[in-house]
Design a protein. Structure first.
Lengths: 391, 432
């Protein structure tokens, strides 16, 4: 049993991401939902809302869009909450329980008044570590450099290339939070936040919402001539054992490797680098994207630095990574990010990205989204593969 | 059976304030030498734990008595956290003694003249208003003395006290500032009280000559005068390095004296605080705690005056723009008390196991009472075939000189305080 080709995406939307001081969670939800509905006549019978902490229960969505006693499920799975909403909606239509379902993700981060992202405290014994995500991911940099014998300078060059590439992609995208190109020198000169990680190695913090409407694959033609088909949905929650496992070395994310392998098996992909047209990955920090290139099988272990510096993952490279600008230039409204990634695949695979942003698909028909939550050693990871036609 | 001191150890925190730094900033105050400074993550409870851990012995006291003039909690017994951090059995009683400086030497004498094995710990954090004598002459530290019968390090020969009501030093609850009467008044009070107690103690101990003298008291003029007039050749003095550690000071001097004493030497301790208390011991052997006071005095690093002020709450720098920690859940902490207080990991006590830094980072954004947070992944040395790894905050550390592969040891600390609840847990510090 697999989800492959059982579910079609018939609409996708994404609000501009940014510091929306003038707009609340309700406004962002209304915009994402109405733009998705405008794409199709299909009327969702059930809803999944992904948000980490911008609201509790399905009422968070039902109230602003005036749903009258509909099944609305609020889900949370760290920074993969938006992808979690897609899973719920997809499995619901695949099961036959509903014909049409909507996945929505939202986060209103900028009402908190603090820098970065902050989780609600759950009552505990006070022995949990209280580091920022930046500090946890900064542990990857020296560990990776040491394992593969890469100099600190070369490491910084590769990380700055990632940030610069994502900023260049975002500069062309009107929905991105940051629309300015950034040179690698600017990035390398930014103030340190944690370890050698600079401010410009970190994703922005933004408000935003995104949505998608799904139906069973066989019904897709009723609603659109150009659906996308779900080829794979994989999600794993690690046990958190990496934090206490003396064999874990902070140079890879086992949860991502497992979810990628599972997704490729579902989709029938054996050569992701050669078969995928593009990938949207969770570049919360530059070392995260670096390691993901290996965990997702886009290059071999220890090769990411060389490949990144060669431009292989640039917008015009062999395999464009984060052509929309990624978390780096979009910011990271936690619940919305997974569905924002899907929206870029929706535009690019269907050739609907604006001409100045459209990537060369090289005849390939499939794209990947990878969305993670947590930290090295203690992570959840989602991977999807989407394609333009059923096999 | 011989009653006396079975083991004794001190704790002097890692940081020192150069007294001259006070004058550099304020234009007055300060003086010569240094004083010890408890780190931002230390309080009298955590320092008491460290002193008791320095005993290095398998502790099996019947009770633990804790004295301080700076109680982390009122109403709640502070000795309980010390008890659990030392992994003592639940049938060991624990209590706090007093709040006055005299409770330190007073509880030691009470234990010596009582029955059973008693762990007497005293600990203090002393400061005062900027430029005050208390600020520069005070010191932070702790001492642990295991009192009981048997093969003692030092035999208790006898003691005596002299008491009189007079107003020399006082502090009202809640205030961080001690007040004192005109200096000469205290001197006129202490001198005759010291003579009275000294003569009575020597008589009780049945000795005429004392080899080593320790005089503790917050009244510096009286300490100097009494030290001189008792005519003992060797005196133990920590005033130029540690400062006066208040409630802990008499015991800290005694601990230091016993680490240098040779068998047969007579050691006397004089406490001048609202009266005089004199304790007389005969050394049976040289005390060998896990860590010596003179070693801790030497292994130190300076703290700037501004940071000292902020650690003591006299200056409040802008914190990182991050939420402050939430309060600890009492039931969750109780369920996890073996881990949280005892640092017992799945049945394996790790508090006394050394570890190695696998990787580390400096977090400049995370909340801390004294940013930045230095954080490391630590692999503990294998014990019983068990290899443990824990992510831990580092303390007493200079991040610029830290290296992957550095060795660390565990230390009991206070992570933060929220809603008046102190969040105690363990951190790692470089092995020195």
């Amino acid at each position: 049993m697999t989800i492959k080709d059982k579910v079609a995406i018939i609409a996708s939307s994404c609000t501009p991401f940014g510091e929306h001081w003038d707009r609340g969670t309700d406004d962002l939800l209304r915009q994402a939902v109405s733009e998705a509905r405008d794409e199709t006549q299909a009327d969702p019978q059930a809803y999944w809302l992904g948000t980490a902490q911008s609201g509790m229960s399905g009422i968070t969505l039902a109230r602003p869009i005036d749903l009258d006693n509909k099944p609305v499920t609020r889900v949370e799975n760290y920074c993969a909450s938006g992808s979690e909403a897609l899973r719920g909606a997809a499995y619901a239509v695949a099961s036959g329980a509903y014909d049409v379902a909507m996945a929505v993700g939202v986060e209103k981060v900028k009402d908190a008044g603090y820098q970065g992202l902050n989780a609600f405290p759950i009552p505990n014994d006070g022995t949990q570590r209280t580091l920022t995500a930046a500090a946890m991911f900064s542990l990857v940099i020296p560990a990776y450099a040491k394992r593969y014998g890469i100099s600190a300078d070369e490491m910084q060059d590769a990380l700055a290339h990632i940030a610069s590439k994502n900023h260049a992609n975002g500069a062309k995208n009107p929905r991105a939070q940051f629309r300015r190109e950034m040179s690698t020198d600017q990035i390398k000169a930014s103030p340190r936040v944690a370890g050698t990680l600079g401010v410009l190695d970190c994703a922005g913090v933004a408000d935003g919402a995104a949505a998608a409407i799904v139906c069973r694959a066989g019904d897709a033609s009723k609603y659109t001539e150009t659906p996308l088909y779900i080829k794979a949905l994989s999600f794993v929650a690690g046990s958190g054992s990496g934090l206490t496992d003396p064999s874990y070395d902070y140079t890879h994310f086992p949860e991502v490797e497992v979810s990628a392998k599972d997704a490729y098996a579902q989709a029938g992909i054996t050569d992701p680098r050669g078969e995928l047209a593009m990938a949207e990955v969770h570049d919360c920090f530059t070392p995260t994207e670096l390691v993901l290139m290996e965990d997702l099988g886009f290059t071999g272990r220890g090769n990411a630095v060389k490949e990144i510096l060669s431009g292989a993952f640039d917008r015009d490279g062999d395999l464009p990574i984060n052509p929309d600008g990624g978390l780096k230039s979009f910011g990271h409204p936690v619940g919305a990010t997974g569905l924002r990634m899907l929206y870029e695949c929706w535009l690019q695979l269907r050739g609907e990205a604006p001409v100045e942003r459209q990537i060369d698909l090289k005849g390939r028909t499939r794209a990947l989204t990878q969305n993670l939550g947590g930290y090295p050693g203690e992570m959840v990871s989602f991977v999807s593969v989407l394609g333009t036609s059923p096999d | 059976m011989t009653r006396g001191i079975l083991a004794a150890a001190g704790y002097v925190p890692f940081r020192r304030l150069q007294r001259s730094a006070i004058k550099d900033v304020m234009g007055s105050g300060g003086g010569k030498g240094t004083r010890s400074v408890a780190s931002f993550d230390e309080d009298t409870t955590t320092m008491a734990v460290e002193a008791a851990r320095n005993l290095g012995a398998d502790l099996a006291p019947h009770s633990i008595w804790f004295s301080t003039s700076e109680s982390p909690y009122l109403d709640k017994t502070n000795a309980n956290a010390i008890h659990t951090a030392l992994r003592l059995d639940s049938d060991v009683s624990a209590m706090d003694v007093g709040g006055a400086i005299r409770s330190g030497i007073g509880s030691l004498r009470a234990a010596l003249e009582s029955n059973g094995t008693i762990l007497v710990v005293s600990s203090d954090v002393r400061t005062g208003q900027p430029t005050s004598a208390d600020e520069s002459q005070g010191g932070d530290g702790a001492a642990a003395v295991l009192v009981g019968d048997g093969d003692v390090v030092a035999e208790y020969l006898g003691g005596a006290s002299a008491t009189r009501e007079f107003l020399e030093r006082w502090r009202t609850p809640g205030s961080s500032r001690s007040r004192t009467w005109e200096d000469r008044f205290g001197e006129s009070m202490y001198a005759p009280l010291a003579d009275q107690a000294w003569n009575a103690a020597l008589k009780a101990a049945d000795v005429t000559d004392v080899d080593v003298l320790c005089v503790a008291g917050m009244h510096a003029r009286s300490v100097a005068r009494v030290s001189k007039r008792l005519g003992v050749a060797k005196t133990i003095d920590l005033s130029q390095t540690v400062g006066d550690a208040g409630t802990a000071h008499a015991s800290l001097l005694l601990v230091s004296a016993l680490e240098a004493a040779t068998p047969g030497q007579v050691v006397a301790v004089v406490g001048l605080s609202d009266g005089a208390d004199v304790l007389v011991f005969k050394a049976h052997r040289t005390s060998t705690p896990r860590r010596r006071v003179d070693a801790m005095v030497d292994q130190a690093a300076d703290v700037s005056y501004s940071r000292f002020l902020s650690w003591r709450g006299m200056l409040t720098p802008e914190p990182p723009n991050r939420p402050e920690p939430a309060r600890v859940s009492a039931p969750a902490a109780e369920r996890a008390s073996d881990w949280k207080f005892g640092f017992i990991d799945d049945g394996h006590p790790l508090a006394d196991t050394l570890g190695t830094i696998v990787t580390f980072t400096v977090d400049r954004l995370a909340y801390s009472p004294s940013p930045p947070v230095v954080f490391a992944i630590v692999d503990f040395d294998a014990a019983d075939g068990q290899q443990a790894r824990r992510p831990l905050e580092l303390t007493d550390v200079d991040p610029d000189t830290l290296q992957v592969g550095d060795r660390v040891e565990m230390t009991f600390r206070k992570l933060s305080t929220a809603d008046g609840i102190h969040n105690y847990f363990w951190k790692a510090r470089p092995v020195r």
